[in-house]
Design a protein around this ligand. Structure first.
Ligand code: COI
Length: 324
């Protein structure tokens, strides 16, 4: 087994050295899975420590039908991105934040988690091994999907006796491009769904894959992180970017009435980055957002600030990027 791993590792080194970019249709990249070369796999037994981990060819994994994740949903995922700079090198965006969130989530799910150091190191290794799949600058990014699953066999409801930490990657483009195609095909409907709180049915929660922001004048409001709201890393970053541009940002309950009365509305997430909302329909009433300075003007400005930092086109004064 050792020599097999050694051989795969040297294959990864070879890709790193040649560092050519794969021949893909970069212009038409959506948010769909593209198989890449390698995935990272590490296991953790009852002692709570994760093995060193190995880089394996991307492909199916074997799981017992009685694995904790299949029976009781004991598992979680993370998502982050790597961008290619114009000099060909690659930048990661705030990977320690994902490591910390995985640790917090795993605690809630009674799972052991890799250390922040092991997480970040594993992400770096996986991206470097698949470097040729990182899109050229401006054509998209490499989406990185870390998974932590209860892979051990269990019958009664209890934490699994073994866990697997996996990282796979896929080049991605625009998230909503995919949904837009569905929309045209269906000739009706909306791009996404916005959820309201379960108690009052009145306060904004999240859009299915992203956090939401409501703009009124110079104030930007977003639901506070209180149990049901995902502590998005893009959310947190956009709050800081907006504040540095002189906006007042409020984290608090935001009602649906404020949403309907807003100048501009946008979503944030790793997959969606910063996406303006064109319109919202609530109880049959449709509101279109035209913005103070044109449709989606602020979200466009925030998008550009964030992505130029992520792609290494602007100086990273925040210290958020990790150079590979
Ligand atoms: C993200 O990574 O931004 C996500 O929300 C995961 C998503 C693709 C469902």
């Amino acid at each position: 087994a050792h020599s097999k791993v050694g051989c795969q590792a040297s294959l990864a080194t070879k890709y790193m050295e040649t560092s050519e970019i794969v021949d893909l249709d970069w212009e038409n990249l959506g948010f769909g899975l593209v198989h890449t070369d390698f995935m990272y796999v590490a296991k953790c037994g009852p002692d709570g420590n994760f093995s060193k981990g190995e880089m394996l060819p991307f492909g199916p994994i074997a799981l017992s039908p009685s694995a904790g994740v299949l029976n009781y949903g004991q598992g979680l995922f993370e998502g982050l991105k790597a961008y290619r700079k114009t000099d060909g090198s690659v930048l990661l965006f705030r990977p320690e934040e994902n490591a910390i969130r995985m640790r917090d989530g795993s605690d809630r799910m009674c799972m052991p988690a890799p250390t922040v150091e092991q997480f970040v190191d594993a992400v770096k290794q996986t991206v470097l091994a698949n470097k040729r799949w990182v899109p050229p600058t401006g054509k998209g990014s490499l989406y990185i999907r870390p998974l932590l699953i209860g892979s051990g066999e269990i019958l009664g409801l209890a934490p699994a006796p073994e866990y697997t930490f996996i990282i796979y990657v896929s080049p991605v483009g625009n998230y909503f491009k995919v949904l837009k195609a569905q929309k045209i095909a269906k000739q009706k409907g909306y791009s996404d769904v916005l959820y309201l709180d379960a108690v009052h049915n009145k306060y904004l929660e999240e859009v299915s894959s992203c956090n939401i922001f409501v703009v009124k004048g110079n104030t930007i409001s977003t639901p506070a992180i209180e149990g049901t709201i995902l502590p998005g890393i893009t959310r947190k970053s956009i709050i800081e970017v907006a504040q540095s541009k002189g906006f007042k940002v409020e984290e608090r309950p935001v009602s649906v009435d404020e949403l309907l009365d807003a100048d501009e509305v946008f979503c944030t997430g790793t997959a969606v980055v910063v996406s303006p909302v064109g319109s919202i329909t609530y109880m049959g009433k449709r509101v279109e957002y035209k913005g103070n300075q044109g449709v989606g003007a602020l979200s466009q400005q925030l998008y550009t600030s964030l992505t130029s930092l992520q792609m290494g086109l602007a100086e990273d004064r925040m210290g958020w990027t990790v150079q590979l």
